[in-house]
Write a protein that binds this ligand. Structure first.
Ligand SMILES: Cc1ncc(COP(=O)(O)O)c(C=O)c1O
Length: 374
């Protein structure tokens, strides 16, 4: 009998509570293009045609029949230069690792730093992939709950760093799905006090928030900052993300990463999109405006007990006891609107997460929520 490894045997098949747009379209007989996708925090403010044109330019330049030649390190250089302008540091391509989405980099981080049964920690509720990648790489996961107001329990985290001999610590700021950004000083203290543990600061949503701690990568030996091109940059379908860290740590990634982990188009879109930062910035400010409008409107809806203030491009809502979040999610789905059920996570009973879409998308979700929660 053929069996996978013990680690894989201990995992169950992951089940998503949401149907995909394709499945919704089939189940409810709704044309695919009518479906409003507000479950995975993409950026629909950037013009689709504009992004496509950048891709066509790459297709003109490179021959897709060949393996991607990533040796120029052009994209890594462009990321280092982009940050040097922002934070006045001297980063270079050696500080940057590009991955197939930041997901791949989280996976590689676990592979590099966790031996069998060694531990990683994160504050829950948060992005689920830290736990997942810890498990598939044979590690063990330690969880410390956020406080009830979603702030970090710094003392408990630091106590665990020492008592559990943690190898990895994940912090997401702004946090997904709560949307809040943790105070700078708290994160800096955690990094400082955890010198024998690698701290991964996931800044997938930091461009929607008040600050980034990218400048700290040159100050601490144990810090990795991860970033994604799927959120602010509107390139979720291309699967590119990156991390910035010191050269000693980045060298470990070069040892384990697959030689062609990023495709040609994703790789060469990086320098192209970064030179268009002004367009991205415009989209970010529109998203922030829409976030404000959506938040204020959600607060007015009777069946919503609380809409949580957000520094990211999504808003978490908690429904009153009269309504069941899973049923509300299903009703929205039957109307072609996808939001994310988060009620199974600790502290988030009866909660849904809604991405900030364009004005039109947000009005649709508000209109339908008002009807469903009437
Ligand atoms: C906090 C956080 N980190 C990382 C990711 C993964 O992003 P990517 O598309 O770059 O793999 C996500 C995606 O939802 C996320 O929410």
């Amino acid at each position: 009998m053929i069996e996978p490894s013990k680690t894989i045997r201990s995992l169950s098949l992951s089940k998503f509570s949401e149907l995909s747009p394709y499945e919704i379209s089939k189940k409810y007989n709704i044309p695919r293009e009518k479906i409003i996708k507000l479950d995975t925090n993409e950026n629909f403010f950037l013009e689709r045609g504009w992004i496509n044109n950048l891709i066509y330019e790459i297709l003109e330049e490179f021959d897709i029949r060949a393996y991607p030649d990533l040796s120029s390190r052009l994209a890594e250089k462009s990321i280092a230069d982009f940050w040097n302008q922002k934070i006045e540091k001297n980063l270079n391509e050696e500080n940057v690792i590009i991955g197939n989405g930041s997901d791949e980099l989280i996976n590689l981080t676990c592979r590099i730093f966790l031996d069998q049964d060694e531990k990683s920690l994160t504050s829950e509720p948060t992005f689920g992939m830290f736990k997942f990648y810890t498990s598939i790489n044979g590690g063990k996961f330690v969880s410390v709950l956020l406080n009830n107001d979603f702030t970090l329990n710094v003392n408990k985290i630091l106590e665990k760093v020492k008592s559990e001999k943690l190898k990895l610590l994940f912090i997401t700021s702004p946090n997904n799905p709560t949307g809040n950004q943790f105070p700078k000083q708290e994160i800096e203290n955690i990094i400082q006090e955890s010198e024998n543990c690698v701290v991964v600061l996931d800044e997938a949503y930091a461009d929607f928030a008040d600050y980034s701690l990218m400048h700290l990568v040159t100050e601490f030996d144990n810090l990795i900052v991860t970033r994604s091109f799927s959120k602010v940059f509107g390139m979720a379908g291309l699967r590119v993300g990156y991390l910035v860290t010191n050269e000693k740590i980045s060298d470990y990634f070069l040892r384990v990463k697959s030689p062609y982990n990023v495709n040609f188009i994703g790789y060469f879109m990086i320098p192209k999109i970064l030179t268009n930062w002004n367009i991205i910035e415009e989209a970010i400010s529109k998203i922030k405006e829409e976030r404000e409008v959506l938040y204020n409107e959600l607060k007015k809806i009777n069946g919503i007990m609380k809409a949580y203030e957000s520094k990211a491009n999504f808003i978490l809502i908690k429904l009153t006891d009269e309504y069941n979040a899973l049923e509300v999610q299903e009703k929205l789905m039957s109307r072609g609107i996808i939001v994310r059920y988060r009620g199974a996570l600790p502290l988030l009973e009866n909660c849904l997460r809604i991405s900030v879409g364009t004005r039109d998308m947000n009005q649709q979700v508000l209109f339908n929520l008002k009807q469903i929660l009437a």
